[in-house]
Design a protein around this ligand. Structure first.
Ligand SMILES: C[S@@+](CC[C@H](N)C(=O)[O-])C[C@H]1O[C@@H](n2cnc3c(N)ncnc32)[C@H](O)[C@@H]1O
Length: 350
């Protein structure tokens, strides 16, 4: 298969892979963070395992069912189209499909040309409907120099709906920070929908990218940060800025919220402790989203420790290193019902 990860997290993604599939090994790097991997078992064994319990650092996987050496010149497309015949029996004609092409190294091809040509061949030979927006099955094509690697899988088995997990958003007018993409991606990947006119708390809000995203989603926002928010947010009546630290806001007595987000630049374990202290201020079906800022070394132990702290007050619904995360991961939390036992653990952990 082909595995994609943030290049600086390769060691952690490999550890996840080898825990899931002892004996799996890296074969060849096709581009930074993109690896051919040899698996001891069928791709679907791993894919199904990871569908149920997604890894944090492996961002995208796709199977390799055909490996072909490409000719020079114009016949490339017809050679690729001919390979489709090998896939016909694997395609479920009742499910929609899409082609995802990635090109690495020196090649005259363009992803769009390959996608179009292979989609036409797939449709003609299988009758499956093409749906580039919400496909159910994916023909993955990875071309590296003269070699092409093709595979077919259900999109739910690829860890991400996007080729290589690369989710790009268009820059918008009025955008405040690149961090906005991080929140947009998390809401999409974790399938979080916010209640209309919900109450949101943004910890470490400045300069205000996440606040702007939440504002666009019609939330009433309390933005906590000792630093300034972008001037464009100052006039908004549904945004109030508490110019103080999250610790100070907690000490003065916070309000109750539907959704708490935390992108504070802070040690992940301290940030987790603070989130435990904030848990009583979440409505019972409330959710929270936070980033863990991670140093170069000891990341696994820090994540484990921070999870341990959080679990006294939350269920860890998901945790992923998203495309827009750099030296960090994004964690999605759901509040535990506050029983006597949970209250006791929360007090101890906080
Ligand atoms: C990465 S920035 C947040 C970016 C923001 N999410 C956005 O979209 O614009 C981190 C912020 O955390 C704030 N911060 C760090 N420690 C804090 C604390 N204890 N309480 C509140 N804010 C804190 C910093 O002032 C900084 O503005």
């Amino acid at each position: 298969m082909i595995l994609t990860t943030n290049p600086s997290s390769l060691d952690l993604a490999l550890a996840e892979l080898q825990r899931a599939q002892p004996g799996a090994r890296l074969v060849q790097e096709l581009a930074p963070g993109v690896w051919r991997v040899a698996l001891p078992q069928h791709f679907y064994v791993l894919a199904e395992q990871w569908r149920r319990q997604p890894p944090i650092f492996a961002r995208h996987i796709c199977p390799v069912l055909a490996e072909i050496s490409l000719p020079d010149g114009d016949e490339v497309i017809s050679v690729l189209q001919a390979v489709i015949a090998d896939f016909v029996d694997l395609v479920d004609p009742s499910l929609s499909f899409s082609v995802q092409t990635r090109l690495f190294g020196v090649t005259p091809l363009k992803p769009f040309t390959v996608n179009q040509a292979l989609a036409a061949a797939m449709q003609q030979q299988t009758g499956a409907p093409l749906d580039v927006r919400q496909p159910e099955q994916i023909l993955s094509v990875v071309i590296h120099e003269q070699m092409a690697y093709l595979g077919l899988s259900l999109v739910i088995h690829n860890l991400s709906d996007w080729a290589g997990g690369v989710r790009r958003f268009a820059r918008e007018e009025g955008q405040i920070s690149r961090a906005e993409f991080k929140l947009l991606e998390a809401l999409e990947v974790f399938r979080i929908t916010l209640p209309p006119y919900g109450l949101a708390l943004d910890l470490g809000a400045a300069p205000g990218g996440w606040t702007r995203v939440l504002h666009k989603l019609q939330q009433y926002i309390t933005a906590v940060d000792p630093a300034s928010l972008h001037p464009s947010l100052k006039q908004e009546r549904t945004i109030r800025h508490k110019r103080m630290t999250a610790e100070e806001y907690l000490a003065q007595g916070a309000d109750a919220f539907d959704f708490i987000v935390n992108d504070m630049r802070q040690d992940a374990r301290d940030s987790a402790r603070l989130m435990v202290q904030y848990a009583p201020y979440l409505f019972p079906d409330g959710a929270a989203l936070m980033t863990f800022k991670l140093p170069e070394n000891g990341r696994r132990a820090i994540i484990k420790h921070a999870f341990n702290i959080l679990q006294s007050a939350y269920t860890i619904a998901d945790a992923r290193q998203l495309f827009h995360n750099r030296s960090e991961i994004t964690v999605y939390l759901r509040r535990l019902p506050i029983t006597e036992e949970v209250r006791y653990k929360m007090v101890r952990m906080a």
